[in-house]
Design a protein around this ligand. Structure first.
Ligand code: ADP
Ligand code: MG
Length: 259
């Protein structure tokens, strides 16, 4: 059984059929890159996988545990818990502007550690110190140790996105998802973010990356999905999809994205 199994995901917005039966599997430590034109349903797919949207049909299984099955009622609390299997890095960073870089990373892990528990002040202090130590290690991983005390507005876009990556990692997700992580950045700032993602691949993270950066995609992917109009038009290794695409739609898309 694969680590992630996404089966027959359908999603409509009113009469607009946005996802028309998406199936794929991913093994632990693999990187899946999703490419496709704007409006093809990439963001909606990631949002379905992260429980930010509810699919109309289909199921999602991680590590043998069925997290989602269409039609089952899930409470908000259940959805929040299930969502913890996934980390999400958005195009627009979405850092909390009122908190320092360090606090942006420690906030969610602290909430999770304290929630529903009766802890003494000393116990809380000890847990906070551990969470902070880990956050500092993550900041080192993304090359921003010296920015811990700064506020997001004092950072470049590329630095903010690297903080967002550290924040997602702090919750120890099984699978880290990126939705066009460099699309909001000036071209000279994309490299530092892509480098961090490449580094995570070498540390064996399971990742799903939606991107328009074709060279990066080719280098980092174990598997590639080309999406068009809510279906998987082409699926394969980077050599297959980029080197010898079978579908005419894929060929046309790749030709255009070279310009
Ligand atoms: N919340 C929503 N409500 C209605 N329509 C939506 C919503 N989110 C996305 N869509 C529609 O779904 C389609 C796919 O969008 P999206 O998943 O954002 O594509 P992509 O990320 O590939 O550009 C578009 O036609 C878009 O207008
Ligand atoms: Mg999108």
């Amino acid at each position: 059984m694969a680590f992630l199994e996404v089966s027959n995901i359908h999603k409509n917005f009113g009469k607009n059929e946005v996802l028309k039966g998406i199936d794929f599997t991913l093994e632990k430590g693999e990187v899946l890159v999703i490419i496709g034109s704007s409006g093809s349903g990439k963001t909606t797919l990631l949002r379905c996988i992260n429980f930010l949207e509810t699919p109309d049909r289909g199921s999602i299984t991680v590590n043998g545990e069925e997290l989602f099955k269409a039609g089952e009622p899930y409470s908000d609390r259940e959805k929040r818990e299930k969502r913890l299997h996934f980390g999400m890095v958005f195009q627009q960073f979405n850092l909390f502007p009122q908190y320092t870089v360090l606090k942006n990373i420690t906030l969610a892990p602290e909430l999770r550690a304290f929630k529903g528990k009766k802890l003494s002040r000393a116990e809380k202090k000890k847990i906070s110190a551990q969470i902070e130590e880990k956050a500092r290690r993550l900041l080192e991983t993304v090359g921003l140790s010296e920015k811990a005390a700064n506020y997001p507005c004092e950072l470049s876009g590329g630095q903010q996105q690297r903080v967002a990556i550290a924040r997602a990692l702090a919750l120890e997700p099984d699978i880290l998802c990126f939705d066009e992580p460099t699309s909001a950045l000036d071209p000279e700032l994309t490299g530092e973010v892509l480098r961090v993602i490449r580094g995570l691949k070498s540390s064996d993270r399971t990742m799903i990356v939606v991107t328009h950066e074709m060279n990066f995609a080719r280098g980092v992917a174990d598997k590639v999905i080309y999406m068009a109009d809510g279906v998987i038009e082409e699926f394969g290794t980077p050599e297959e999809v980029f080197g010898a695409p079978k579908s005419e739609k894929t060929q046309a898309f790749l030709k255009n994205s070279k310009d």
